[in-house]
Design a protein around this ligand. Structure first.
Ligand code: PRP
Ligand code: ADE
Length: 178
């Protein structure tokens, strides 16, 4: 059931104090990727959430780099396509970009200009929500391209950084919260 799947996911999140900088408590998804049952459980939970709440979704949009580990697996389950939001300078052709700040630095994300068409319905996915800067920038990209963001999904939400507030009015679905 869902409860045991959530426990399985939770059990496979590692934790490292002071990485990549002093004061950051880093939550590591590598154990989750390494365990096929736990990884399957995480995708099952996302799939259930999407089928129940967003049956109209047309694309899963994943964030560079760790969103790429979950997004395509989920998109395949749903039988829909996957779109990449990448760190700047990695995508060929015409692109659109947005700059943002994160818990330990700054960055810029971009998508190919023709990645989404106006009105298309998307769900964004990443491994982790911290300040929400990354997902906010991705939402901005979607807004620029006039795609409709149905919601955001993450494996891990770090509650004290209030990323959920930053993303309002978009909804955030998380599997585990710390
Ligand atoms: C991490 C994480 C999220 C983001 C969350 O990615 O994977 O994408 O930070 O932080 P925020 O909510 O404060 O924006 P990072 O930028 O470290 O890059 P990576 O995925 O390439 O490791
Ligand atoms: N990205 C931003 N903050 C993070 C954290 N505390 N652990 C893992 N990834 C992160």
């Amino acid at each position: 059931d869902s409860q045991s799947k959530l426990q399985l996911v939770d059990k496979h999140i590692g934790v490292f104090p002071d990485f990549p900088k002093k004061g950051i408590l880093f939550r590591d998804i590598c154990p989750l990727l390494k365990d096929p049952a736990a990884l399957t459980a995480s995708i099952d939970l996302f799939e259930e959430h999407v089928k129940k709440n967003y049956p109209q979704v047309e694309f899963i949009v994943g964030l560079d780099a760790r969103g790429f580990l979950f997004g395509p697996l989920l998109a395949q389950r749903l039988g829909i396509g996957f779109i990449l939001v990448r760190k700047k300078g990695k995508l060929p052709g015409s692109t659109v970009s947005v700059a943002y700040e994160l818990e330990y630095g700054t960055a810029e994300v971009e998508i190919q200009e023709d990645a989404v068409a106006p009105g298309q319905k998307v769900l964004l996915i990443d491994d982790l929500l911290a300040t929400g800067g990354t997902l906010f920038a991705a939402c901005e990209l979607m807004r620029k391209q006039q795609a409709e963001v149905l919601g955001c999904m993450v494996v891990i939400e770090l509650k004290e950084l209030n990323g959920k507030d930053r993303l309002k009015p978009h909804s955030v679905f998380s599997l585990v919260r710390y």
